[in-house]
Design a protein around this ligand. Sequence first.
Ligand code: PGA
Length: 251
Amino acid sequence: MARTRRPLIAGNWKMNGLQADGIALAKAVAEGVRQAAWADREVLVCPPSTLVLAVAAAVRGSGLLVGGQNCHAKASGAHTGDVSAEMLRDAGASHVIVGHSERRADCGETDAIVRAKAEAAWRAGLTPIVCIGETLDEREAGRTLAVLEGQLTGSVPGGATADRLVVAYEPVWAIGTGKTPTTPEVAVAHAHIRKVLGGIMEGATSVRLLYGGSMKGSNAAELLAAGDVDGGLVGGASLKADEFLAIAKAA
Ligand code: PGA
């Protein structure tokens, strides 16, 4: 069977967007996606949870996918302020980001928590985008590959299949800094991620591996051409429709 890894360009809006600007942004991205009618790639936006429902309604029929940025591991219950994977699904999401480094750092999310969230995503019928990545200290200590391996084995649940898992490699030092690893550095990390996945699941050659961290229109083609890169997880540059669509075009 031919190896099929359809590129995925995912926008992570983080804690940005009130109704007016968020819906306008989503509509502009959706219009670009509708016009391009790409059959060979997927485009996803992950607005803050307050906007998932409205964004999903605004982009319906365009081909643009909508996701959440986080979910709780439980389906419902006494968890004030949290949102479940089922709620995201109900609001129109198809994907959810889990284990973003900002949540690992700000909210103390461990690999075990991230793993439970990925399982929750499956339970609700969502595809988790599991984020991993080394800090600058870890990179400088030559520990990048070991860190990625530890995070992967800790965060990816057993029973993963390629159609229900996306992994995003996001070096923490590259997020929002304008710095990126070189293309060979990205390729080395992604090759290692695929190798580690091969030891913990079936069909690892078909899992989509996204690169994230200061990806923008001007560097997307180069980063996306690195070996084993199947798309991008885009923060800052996903807040401008033209810039984000330029990245999707480069995929
Ligand atoms: P950035 O963020 O593109 O703004 O660096 C990426 C991310 O955190 O997903």
